[in-house]
Design a binder for this molecule. Structure first.
Ligand code: C2E
Ligand code: CA
Ligand code: CA
Length: 762
């Protein structure tokens, strides 16, 4: 409770009253000459005693912390001792009222202790300075200020007293010297304190009590011996008043805010030291004048050193600032994760380059990064991105600028000959053939290449590279494609498309088309593949290659896939009901790896089967082989589906990295030979290594399927020759434009109806 007491005013009132009474007494004494002059000696000890009481009160009731307590305890000693010392002097004055006695030793010693205590208290106040350089500068500043102000006080106060030997006792001179030291020390300290436990204005007031000594000295020098009375009665009682005011300030603790460092102080000191310097010019030089000159020289020297220190400090600060500016600049222009240039820097460099000459841009987009990130976690994803960045740095060449544009999208700016684009793209793709990062992950990237001549708009070139990158993705991943005029532009960037897709899903713009799977020998429909179609209100039919990647990267493939699955199951059930249970053997929607990572996927399949009434063994889910088909969660889902009786087909078989090893851990029932092995299979060109290789793959896949007891479907059959060749190689089932194009459900219904009439003629 005591700590919350308000700052008391009474101590200030008491000390001020003593000072006023003493002054009044002085004027009365001047006018009448009545009473002993020694009465004047009473004012200071009384006032100092009152201040000591104020300090005591503060210590007892203000709830000060440790550092402040230490300071004010010393101040209690200071005012107590001053009061005691001057009481002794007053007693001596009243004993012999005929003359005012010089200060007895018994009085000077306690008074001196009082000054020492005050100086010690001042010296102990912490400055709260940060750097070593700053501390040095402050020490210099304070030395300069101390020397400068001290010289003034010395020259006008102490020096005349010392030179007029005999007039003033050594005690008086020493005490005055101490009060000067207190004043100058206090002022030079307070100017640099940044706030702290002891109130700054309280400190300032304590410092000012020292200045009272200066006034006394002036009075003594100017007024001679009688000067002692006005000094004692009028000037000295001001010191306790200042002390009481200081105590009150500490009570209020008004100035917790940091003070402004006294940068002006050394300059003031230089000016100050010049005053006595000019004053000594006219006369003969006494020893004290010489002291003034020496001190002026010292001050000048110190100021020079101070400027040098400040200069060095500034240079250091400037260097620090430049370094942090560089750091900021780097942060603003580089990707935090990989350390590659970021989009801003890349565009800036590309823009600059296009002003001077032609530029080639590679856009590198990781295939399936989202799946890795989602299934293995962001940590693994981050490591992979760093590894990819390392590859780009190592493979792009010395003059190239590799950059991370965001997410899993990277770019390389090349300035060499145009063909460098292909060389670097291939070099990067080759590096991705080996597993990356500590996690030994296989990633693939699709690379779009575009070159533009000087003066091309930057956005234009980037768009071309984007179109090429998109084409690379469409052509099967792990590919590079160079942009050429007339290349189909994708609908929009992934992010933008994501919003469109969401809207389209809600608006029911997606439908399902079906491509028949046929028996190659008989031409009978034995199944259908379900393919998503986007019937866009303004752009017309958008092919899956344009929206499936965006749906995958935004996760919208999950609801979209669910929609296709349910629709396909219902349609299949209708056909079976209409044309008999033998009409169709397999119905296959495509399933993205992303869907398999969805914990609800198996339940979705079960629900679709239950709702439609389609027998599970008619459903075929087509999965594209990729690194994303691994992992516990996916594996569990696949075996659960297998357990339900659903069949799994490996789509695009032969294009992936590890088809064979995948087959071991994957309960596949069907493999779909990729279109790329069917293309040109019919060209009987002996000696053409390409045709030979394709045939070899088609044959090997067939043998593998036979060995493992899997069904096969050949994809992308575009002419009769291909169909015949496939039959020769042992393929029974095919799918392709030559056999039937993807079509709406009623198209398939018509085909089935025709087939039904053929098989079951009434
Ligand atoms: P896919 O699974 O390999 O599907 C076969 C694609 O080849 C279809 O393209 C089909 O129209 C096309 N095609 C069929 N026969 C021939 C032919 O003789 N010649 C040529 N050049 N092409 C032929 P579509 O419908 O454009 O689908 C492209 C890809 O989009 C599909 O490749 C599949 O990976 C994906 N996709 C389509 N619908 C879905 C879906 O509902 N979910 C998922 N996750 N992916 C889908
Ligand atoms: Ca497929
Ligand atoms: Ca396929």
């Amino acid at each position: 409770m005591t700590a919350e007491r308000r700052a008391p005013l009474r101590h200030v009132v008491v000390t001020a009253a003593i000072a006023v009474l003493a002054t009044l007494w002085y004027f009365v004494w001047l006018a009448t000459g009545a009473g002993p002059a020694a009465v004047s000696y009473l004012a200071l000890p009384l006032g100092a005693a009152a201040t000591a009481v104020a300090v005591l009160d503060l210590l007892r009731h203000a709830g000060l912390g440790g550092a402040a307590r230490g300071f004010w305890r010393l101040m209690l000693v200071a005012f107590g001792c001053l009061s005691a010392g001057y009481t002794v002097l007053a007693v001596a004055g009243f004993r012999d009222t005929s003359t005012l006695p010089p200060m007895p030793i018994a009085a000077a010693v306690p008074a001196g202790i009082g000054f020492l205590a005050a100086m010690w208290a001042m010296a102990r106040v912490p400055l709260g300075v940060a750097s070593a350089g700053e501390r040095w500068r402050q020490w210099l500043d304070r030395s300069i200020a101390f020397l400068g102000c001290g010289t003034v006080l010395f020259h006008f106060g102490l020096a005349p007293m010392i030179t007029n030997t005999g007039q003033w006792s050594a005690q008086t001179i020493v005490l005055l010297g101490m009060s000067f030291a207190l004043a100058v020390g206090g002022i030079t300290k307070v100017a640099y304190i940044r706030g702290g436990p002891i109130d700054r204005s309280a400190l300032r007031l304590v410092g000012l009590t020292g200045l009272v000594g200066a006034a006394v000295a002036l009075l003594l020098v100017l007024g001679g011996d009688p000067g002692s009375v006005p000094a004692q009665a009028v000037v000295m009682p001001l010191a306790p008043v200042l002390g009481a005011l200081a105590v009150r300030q500490q009570w209020r603790r008004a100035t917790a805010r940091p003070g402004r460092a006294g940068n002006w102080l050394p300059y003031l000191a230089v000016v100050a030291v010049d005053v006595p310097l000019i004053a000594v010019i006219p006369g003969e030089l006494t020893w004290s004048d010489k002291l003034v000159i020496v001190s002026s020289v010292l001050v000048t020297g110190l100021v020079t050193v101070r400027q040098f220190v400040a200069f060095r400090e500034n240079a250091r600060l400037l260097a620090d600032k430049r370094a942090s500016q560089r750091h900021l600049e780097h942060e603003a222009t580089h990707d935090g994760l990989t350390g590659l240039a970021n989009r801003a820097l890349f565009q800036q460099r590309l823009g600059g380059r296009l002003e001077q000459g032609d530029a080639t841009v590679l856009l590198v987009d990781l295939d399936d990064f989202k799946t890795i990130n989602d299934s293995l976690g962001h940590d693994v994803g981050d490591h992979l991105l760093i590894a990819v960045a390392d590859v780009l740095r190592a493979r792009s060449g010395p003059d190239a600028l590799p950059a991370r544009l965001g997410g899993d999208e990277f770019a390389v700016l090349l300035t060499g000959p145009t063909t460098l684009g292909e060389t670097v793209a291939q070099r990067i793709l080759d590096a991705f053939a080996a597993p990356l990062s500590d996690h030994r992950l296989l990633v693939h990237a699709s690379v779009g290449i575009a070159t533009a001549p000087a003066g091309t708009a930057l956005g234009h070139l980037l768009r071309d590279a984007d179109v090429a990158m998109y084409a690379a993705k469409q052509r099967g991943k792990a590919n590079w494609v160079r942009y050429h005029d007339g290349m189909a532009r994708p609908v929009a960037g992934h992010a933008q498309l994501g919003g469109e897709l969401r809207r389209a899903l809600d608006a029911g713009e997606f439908t399902v088309h079906y491509q028949p799977i046929m028996a190659l020998r008989t031409g009978r429909i034995i199944g259908v593949e379900a393919l998503a179609r986007w019937q866009h209100p303004t752009r017309g039919m958008i092919p899956p290659a344009e929206f499936i990647p965006a749906a995958e990267s935004t996760g919208l493939i999950v609801p979209l896939g669910r929609l296709v699955l349910r629709e396909a199951c219902h349609q299949a059930a209708r056909w079976l009901a209409e044309f008999g249970s033998d009409a169709l053997q397999k119905f296959g929607p495509n399933v993205s790896a992303r869907q398999l990572h969805d914990p609800d996927f198996v339940a979705d399949v079960e629900a679709a089967l239950a709702d439609s009434g389609l027998p599970a063994d008619r459903l075929v889910l087509e999965l594209t082989e990729s690194s994303a088909l691994r992992g516990q969660q996916v594996s569990r889902a696949l075996y659960q589906l297998h357990g339900l009786g659903v069949r799994l087909a490996l789509d695009d078989f032969g294009t992936g990295e590890s088809s064979l090893s995948l087959l071991r851990s994957f309960p596949a029932a069907i493999i779909k030979l990729d279109k790329s092995f069917v293309d040109g299979i019919e060209l009987d060109a002996p000696g053409s290594p390409e045709a030979d290789a394709r045939q070899a793959v088609a044959r090997a896949v067939m043998q593998l399927a036979l060995a493992l007891g899997l069904e096969t479907v050949a994809e992308g059959v575009e002419n009769r020759e291909q169909a015949d060749r496939l039959v020769e190689l042992g393929y029974a089932l095919g799918q392709g434009y030559h056999l039937a194009r993807p079509m709406p459900a009623d198209g398939v219904t018509r085909l089935l109806a025709a087939q039904h009439r053929l098989v079951a003629p009434a």
